[in-house]
Design a protein around this ligand. Sequence first.
Ligand SMILES: Cc1cc2nc3c(=O)[nH]c(=O)nc-3n(C[C@H](O)[C@H](O)[C@H](O)COP(=O)(O)O)c2cc1C
Length: 177
Amino acid sequence: MKKVIIAGSSRKDGDTEKLVNQLADLSGWDVIDLNDYQFGYYDYEHLNRDDDYLGLMQKLIAEYDVFVFATPVYWYSMSGIMKVFFDRITDLLTIEKDLGRKLRGKKMAAISCSIGNNLGETFWLPFSETAGYLGMDYLGHVHTITDKDETARIAEFVQQVNEERWKPVDTGNVIKS
Ligand SMILES: Cc1cc2nc3c(=O)[nH]c(=O)nc-3n(C[C@H](O)[C@H](O)[C@H](O)COP(=O)(O)O)c2cc1C
């Protein structure tokens, strides 16, 4: 199964890039940086249908089976660029339904980084619920802290995704409510 890390930070040379490089080194997975593509936020009238988004989705769907999203935590959420990427999936439910159907059976996982602790399971809902809605299998997630050596946790995440076994990685700091 061919896997790709989809990196979404507001900068190309920041903490997410370091995390993505480490993840790519440990896994051998390909990397796509959303900063290399120009796409606008979701438009009900689809006036932005000719920007880079649909071409990027065609490439991802044609070439990969597993999408691993890598995002920094910005204001308790995924980054803005990644949220726009997710919002634009709506294009695949409206003007590009055939492409959208091809997401069924593909797989998704997610990794985050921030200066703070894991925010708890609700942080991951946009990923896991979107996967479910699209008919994708959700393989799991992990949060990493930027100034810590997270090699072991990242390696565990790689194994989890490769073996397709979904069990929450022990973050050490899961908020239980
Ligand atoms: C706009 C913005 C919002 C942030 N919000 C949070 C937050 O809610 N929780 C947190 O722990 N860190 C927060 N941070 C810190 C970043 O998550 C952290 O510095 C991360 O490693 C930055 O990754 P980057 O270099 O790829 O942008 C925020 C940073 C920015 C720029």
